[in-house]
Design a protein around this ligand. Sequence first.
Ligand code: AMP
Ligand code: ZN
Length: 461
Amino acid sequence: MDIYFYNTLTRKKEKFIPIDNKEVKIYSCGPTVYYYAHIGNLRAYLFMDNLRRVLEYNGYKLKHVMNITDVGHLVSDSDEGEDKMLKAARRENKDPFEIAEFYMKAFLKDIDKLNIERPEIIARATENIDVMEEYVKKIIQNGYAYETEDTIYFDTSKLDKYGVLSNRNTEEQKAGARVEFDNGKKNTTDFAIWIKAPENHIMKWDSFFGKAYPGWHLECSAMGYKYLGDHFDIHTGGMDHIPIHHENEIAQSKGFCGHIPANYWLHVDFLQVNGGKMSKSLNNLYTLDDLEKRGYEPLVYKMFNFTSNYKTPINFTFEAMDSAKIALNRLKEGYITHNNGTDNVSEETIHEFDQRFLEAINDNLNMPQAMSIVWEVVKYQNKSKKLAELLKKFDKVLGLDIDKTNTASIMIPEKIIKLAEERNDARKNKQWQKSDDLRDEIMKLGYQIKDTTKGYEITKI
Ligand code: AMP
Ligand code: ZN
């Protein structure tokens, strides 16, 4: 069956045609390892996992590269602000290399907990400085860069067009070209690709330009080229990468080899919290550990993410997490019930579910639609091992470990969950007597309900 992806480059949903029919080549922009990943960052990698699994489900082998930015990413995506790694090093009074090592491990632990398949190649920027240097030299040779006292800039005025992803018009580019900067930069859209390191700069390498370090955008172009060649299938990243980081990657690639490196550019939208931005100052920035402390196992967060398509923003609330927790338990229960079932289910029924699920995931990873088919299977009146097998097959895409029963409240019967939800509604409506009565009823049936700051937890007595 054909696969369709929304391609930011063409602003259309397009049929996916791989360059090589057997192996799909993907590059994903990875984390800057200067702090713990928050759950918004993790949405980006859940999307990456979803994409991998859908392609594998369709029979493709993958060669997938993800970078780890452990050098040279400034606080702003353009050439402004402090270096994130150096800032963190100062904050924690540590060497930036130690910072990178520590937070990279924390990141990998998080993605493992979420059952995010690791890309075949995880490439650290600091281990590929030589590749980046060669890449810059070629850009210079090809006439797409100029040198100031302390920086080598990419000259965007040499391109046929800058801003192909965000579709900026050439007028804007020309307007940019008229600006003159004190530091010798010629056009607003020009960006640093190789930077001379000040004396006290810790992360620096000997190079043709003296002791220097690479610009952030360069690492993705150079490492993409090293592992995947100058032309590969899919490039992924967050929405925030569209206007600067990915435009600059495309610019570099044009300067290096004359063309855009990837055919399909896929971008995941943001996670919001209570309808707004997630930020430390609003005290609503959560890590996976924070969720675990509040009683949500990591895969509940994955389940929650399937309630929206990656192309739309998703709103994080603890109420939604409570629903996802209940849903994950129901899914696991549904699997067990079918697995113990002896009813008959026709091959046509199985085939129909199978096809509809495939159609949904192949339609630009339409996970809400795919989940609705999963629920139809779970709720199917005839209970059969064949349907359990089908759910297990779907789980290759979901990666929710539906056959593992390690969830604390996994065996909580449907009836108890219903009563708990009724009680939750009663509490919300301040019907205290009703809420107490329901709690007693739940107790009599052998379960205890504990209210948490953001919801409730059910345990067996
Ligand atoms: P960084 O480590 O800061 O480079 O970010 C890693 C990834 O997380 C990037 O792909 C960002 O686009 C993505 N990201 C950052 N904040 C959010 C958010 N609130 N929701 C979804 N993705 C995000
Ligand atoms: Zn990148």
